[in-house]
Design a protein around this ligand. Sequence first.
Ligand code: ATP
Length: 237
Amino acid sequence: MAMLELAGVHVYYGHVHALKGIDLEVEEGEIVALLGANGAGKSTTLRAISGLVRPREGSIRFQGQDLLRLPAHQLPALGIAHAPEGRRVFGPLTVEENLTLGAYRQADRAVVEETRRWVFDLFPRLQERRRQLAGTMSGGEQQMLAIGRALMSRPRLLLLDEPSLGLAPLVVRQIFHTIREINRQGVTVLLVEQNARAALKLAHRAYVLETGTVAVAGPAGELLRDPRMQEAYLGGR
Ligand code: ATP
């Protein structure tokens, strides 16, 4: 059984039919990339998984439980964390305070402290800047903080929406390197990316969305070599 399984998921925003029957699986331990043009439905897919939008049809199973049958307040306890597009860190709060907020369900302060040490090991820059206001950090640092905050809930599945958005290539490399490390340490990752080539080098498998449906799916290495992918998403060689 896959860790996460979407079957026939349809999402509407008013009259906009954003997801038109998405089927997708993520196995425990994988990094899976979700690729596609602007407006294809990538962010909406993540929002459906984390309960921010409610599908009109279909099922979303996480570790055997149908998320669409659970009340929304039970979702945070299941082990899914979502680092949304645009980072959304709390600018007037420090790095440390932002991280603490990510652990709001954890009452045991020793566990919070230990988890923060783990996040600081993954992102030493956050430790250096622990007392800096998040709003004054660079784009790359804010992205690290957004991922770090999501990790503070000790998720089993991490949903990442465009972690490379607007960042310089060197910073993107650092962040992707850390995502691989997070995965090695046992966190399953579903990653939305515009940068298809970089995402396919990081991921085990990928799905390509086109206007709310899955157009292509397969192992990342195969998609990197696929001529149709080259032309449409990888900008040739
Ligand atoms: P991008 O990379 O541009 O974020 P995406 O693949 O993540 O694209 P989504 O953000 O999931 O795409 O959007 C899918 C479709 O749903 C688009 O047509 C978009 O305009 C529409 N949409 C998304 N959010 C809303 C909303 N809150 N209200 C109305 N339509 C929306």
